[in-house]
Design a protein around this ligand. Structure first.
Ligand code: GTP
Ligand code: ZN
Length: 195
């Protein structure tokens, strides 16, 4: 994994800031304008600390708990987890929700950890299909789960605010690994939404 030290972070931000200042100049904007003068640093900070932070950090450690005789071994579904990521084609956001389902083997996952894994893989330039698969594959391996099924639904700003400009369109992607009954997952989501 691409571990970067604290010093590297500062250098990375400085270099990105310098490059972005050139783009601002090339656009004909005034880098001395009080409103714009700090924009290169702001963009660098946003990219390194937030929207691309997953490129420079380790994936989250997943807390798990052993299944004892009183714990269900059945399907677990964590639905409607909001996320935002960055489309690698246009560096525009794509924004939506993910549903993470897994069939435990001998351990269950701390519930928040699915969202942490999602945020980690979303914090880098992505396509939605890869993001969906990376979340599923990491959880499958880390949980030693019998199966994992991830569903994502997102709006791509590269399709909303530019290009084809289709504001209402959403994209649904899925990724499954191992033994998991996808129909059971979909039925449990429907059951929850009908309440
Ligand atoms: N499969 C997939 N495609 C994506 C994703 N995000 C953006 N795209 C698409 O990537 C494609 C890039 O196409 P190009 O023809 O190289 O770029 P472009 O000329 O800017 O395309 P337009 O968006 O059609 O204007 C577009 O069709 C985007 O809609 C994604 O997450 N998954
Ligand atoms: Zn795009």
């Amino acid at each position: 994994m691409n571990q970067v030290t604290t010093m590297d972070y500062d250098l990375k931000k400085r270099k990105i800031s310098e490059h972005f200042a050139r783009i601002i100049e090339e656009l004909g904007l005034d880098l001395d304008d009080p409103s714009i003068k700090d924009t290169p640093e702001r963009v660098a900070k946003m990219l390194v600390n937030e929207t691309c932070n997953g490129l420079f950090t380790e994936p989250p450690i997943i807390t798990t708990f052993p299944i004892d005789k009183n714990t269900s071994r059945d399907l677990v579904v964590i639905e409607n987890i909001p996320f935002n990521s960055l489309c690698e084609h246009h560096f525009q956001p794509f924004v939506g929700t993910a549903t993470i389902a897994y069939l435990p083997n001998d351990r269950v996952m701390g519930l928040s950890k699915g969202a942490r894994v999602l945020d980690y893989f979303a914090s880098r330039p992505q396509i939605q299909e890869r993001l969906t698969n990376e979340v599923a594959a990491y959880l499958y391996e880390q949980l030693n789960a019998k199966g994992v099924f991830v569903i994502m639904k997102a709006e791509h700003f590269c399709m909303k605010v530019r290009g084809v400009k289709k504001h209402q369109s959403t994209t649904i992607t899925t990724a499954s690994l191992g033994e998991i009954d996808k129909k059971e997952v979909l039925a449990s989501i429907q059951l929850a939404s009908s309440k």
